[in-house]
Design a protein around this ligand. Sequence first.
Ligand code: SAM
Length: 659
Amino acid sequence: MDKLNPKQDGASLDIVQDNIDKLRELFPDAFTEGSDWDGPRWKVDFDALRKILGDYIEDERERYSFTWHGKARARQIAQTPSAGTLRPCPEESVNWDTTRNLFIEGDNLEVLKLLQKSYHKQVKMIYIDPPYNTGGEFIYPDRFQDNLDTYLRYTGQIDDQGLKVSANSESSGRYHTNWLNMMYPRLRLARNLLREDGVIFVSINDVEAPNIRKILDEIYGEENFVSQVVWQRTRRGDAKLIANNHEYIVCYAKNIHATIEAGLWRRPKEGVEEVLEKYEEVKKRFGGNHDRIRKEMQSWYRSLPDGDPRKSHKHYNWSDDRGLYFAADFSGPDDGRANRPRHDILHPVTGRPCRKPSTGWRWDKERTEWALNQYPSRIHFGLDESTIPNRKSYLNEVSVEPFGSVFYKDGRSATLQVERLVGSGEFPFPKNSEVIRELIDIVCGDDDFVLDFFAGSGTTGHAVIESNVRMKKKRRFLLVQLQEPTNSASYKDISKLGMARLRSAIKESERDGAENSKGLGLGFRAFSLSASNIRPWDPTAYDLSASLFDYIENIKSDRTESDVLYELLLKYGLDLVVPIEEREIAGKAVYITGAGALVVCLGDNIGLEVVNGIASLKDELTPEVMRVVFRDAGFTNDVVKTNAVQILLQAGIEDVKSL
Ligand SMILES: C[S@@+](CC[C@H](N)C(=O)[O-])C[C@H]1O[C@@H](n2cnc3c(N)ncnc32)[C@H](O)[C@@H]1O
């Protein structure tokens, strides 16, 4: 039975190895067999690769590039596997059994590494609002090689709290550098989680906007740039020179063609929903009397104050049995072309040809006939043929528009919303959940996945909840937030505050949108970043026999079966919300996940009855591949352990490992 190697298997996806495998698929000739301390390995033959790529090699000394001190190291940081794990925290969670949302406490660099297998190409939309680098925020220190260790010290999970965290001030001399070194590896890792048609939105201000564009150009490709949206957050301005009252949301697609192909990206025009609601109400009152409906709609529009978005649709005051419409001009453009369609259109009452516009019609005869033959007709006529006919433009058919690249949304309502949910003064400058909800609505399909790895007060999670309740969708969120200490008496750190906000938001949604919120999986599963449950093999040189004895049991003594189970899910690339069935087989707890994709038994004194019981699951559950994991020291004796492999193999289960 193969033992899970704590050094490899306790770590997250080895990204370098994964990239090498991909490269070898493309250029098998550029690889040669070599070996490492842990066995044979493919090695890149750069001379061969250079020959294969021929003209496409850049070897000019002066070239266009964006670089800074530490960039190579930042790239390497992204590729170093994590030795951490995510431990479940059901007591912090809401609706653990029914939700598919996740809230992860921890440093996002380590967490993104741990998510690489389970959520590879799963995420439709990333929204992040990282520290803007205005001097006040701290930049969490990534220490090369031992970032997890740094994190454990920072969060007091291991002794020596000597980690000094300071703000990234301009006087540090590495102002932009520190920020870029922090952002670069995280953005690289995050891209792997995006689906082919996925997109990333990054909130940023003028200080780092040029830098974020440069690194996103590099990571996503310039051709995948979508927009740098300007968000005006206040109308006030009291600067000595120019009042800076905007910030940006920069957007890149993973693959712009796939994003366009996937469609969506339209939002309702402001005020349209309300006008259509009014129309429905008026229609109920006046039935099929379209003249009365028109008079009523016109008088309602007049009663609205100037500047009201509903009033901008006041030309939509005609109606027929299809709905509310505007009688739109369909004369041909005045472009001097003599051969515009000039066919006759007969008046439906008088039967005589109607007046024609001097520039002819916009539509050809065929299209006009199609419109006339619809029921109700899509052409609007005057009382007789003396009026030039129009085309009917229905409000419910033109009720959407693209998201504009400039918009205004006051920041104060966001602060009030968070204050209502977690108390006043607890979290400065949250983002508006309404804005993020609109982005989610234009980008996401019915059950798409939204990721925010700088979650703060949890605005993105709240926006997903709002979007689901309003539109009866089942979109999921995955939030990551560091336990950054706060000065608050109520919340020890920002991740606790974020979870508290989500708990209140869920309660509020269940109360206010009671009917709509049913069956949507509102809630979240909380997890916390920690060192792996599996002890790495780290013997003491002066007492090897004691070390060997100690390492018989390599699961840490303070960890639960559930902790180990979730680590295995990550290692095998399964979703952290995959259903887990617990069964008792011959008196031992056996966990069946993903309908048999992974079967785990971590009990003691495992005998052949347990092994046979697990073998029979293969026939019962018929998973494509079944993997089985035991504890190495869990068998009654070595004979059972040896026989277990054979019994399971005979049942068609080849992947059997021990911990
Ligand atoms: C500008 S705030 C995000 C605010 C959020 N959009 C909201 O509306 O509440 C940035 C957040 O990123 C968090 N953060 C900074 N470094 C982090 C790291 N390495 N891992 C996880 N979170 C981090 C900070 O603690 C802070 O809460």
